[in-house]
Design a protein around this ligand. Structure first.
Ligand code: SKM
Length: 277
């Protein structure tokens, strides 16, 4: 029989490292599959998803700007997909229905705690941005018992709303970027949509606790502007979301194939591709 087919849909998609990640996972686990990237604009998303599965495709990842549409197209969803109201992983079930999950939040927390070795308990965390990327990571972060979580957004109302929605889960509040400055944080996470266009919110440097951590949920082959900001602000660790990308992929791979690949060798391989010596 031929290899099972998987793909990532996004718009744009050329930058995606998902095909190489899943190809490395398949080699490592001995699973036979192909994984490609396809540029799919929102207008044709539903048609392309149906065509992919009708043509024998087994699973999809969906990235910007398709995650809310992927949520809508799913016939069943995990609890974490419901909470984030976004889906990055679709799987075709044997009965022909589509299952939707969101592996981004668990991917972030695994990268922070397992790969970077951070203890989130007791940390003062600042989350920049109140869009889809933030929504998916709030619950997994709160489950690790931070001292508190502040969500800051250019439009403060969106941050208030998000804080309100997750309010019963712990100490969480929303504010505008301009309200920041009186308090410092141990961990700053950048989940703004503007960062995809290379923009960083204007933050006071002393907002980062000396020796604190900066983490950009976006990834790129160059250090992102936020990663550079963190280094400049004296962060002990300032990294992009490559580790999160590999971890969310491992979780998707497990949903599809029932086997969990090791992430460390794949993260190392991707890093050495970026900085060949
Ligand atoms: O959630 C992930 C998605 O599964 C794949 C991806 C990519 O290929 O760049 C990025 C994230 O949105």
């Amino acid at each position: 029989s031929s290899a099972d087919r998987y793909a990532v849909f996004g718009h744009p998609i050329a930058h995606s490292k998902s095909p190489i990640i899943h190809t490395l996972f398949a080699e490592q686990t001995g699973e036979r599959l192909t994984y490609t990237a396809q540029d799919v604009p929102p207008e044709t998303f539903e048609t392309e998803v149906r065509a992919f599965f009708a043509g024998g495709g087994k699973g999809l990842n969906c990235t910007v700007p398709l995650k809310e549409l992927a949520w809508k197209i799913a016939d069943h969803r995990s609890q974490r997909a419901e909470l984030s109201r976004a889906v990055n992983t679709l799987a075709l079930r044997p009965d022909g229905t589509i299952y939707g999950d969101n592996t981004d939040g668990i991917g972030l927390v695994r990268d922070l705690t397992v790969n970077l070795g951070l203890t989130l308990k007791g940390l003062r965390i600042l989350l920049l941005g109140a869009g889809g990327a933030s929504r998916g990571v709030i619950k997994p972060l709160l489950e690790h018992g931070p001292a508190h979580l502040v969500i800051a957004n250019r439009t403060p109302e969106k941050a208030f709303q998000l804080a309100d929605e997750f309010g019963d889960l712990g100490l969480i509040k929303g504010c505008g970027f301009s309200d920041l400055g009186t308090e410092s944080f141990d961990l700053i996470l950048n989940a703004t949509a503007a960062s995809l266009a290379g923009e960083v919110p204007a933050l006071p440097k002393n907002i980062l606790q000396t020796g604190g951590y900066c983490y950009d949920l976006a990834y790129g082959s160059e250090p992102t502007p936020f990663v550079l900001w963190g280094r400049d602000a004296g962060a002990a660790v300032s990294v992009d979301g490559l580790g999160m990308l590999v971890e969310q992929a491992a979780e998707a791979f497990q949903i599809w194939r029932g086997i969990r690949p090791e992430t460390r060798p794949v993260i190392d391989a991707l890093k050495s591709r970026e900085h060949p010596c």
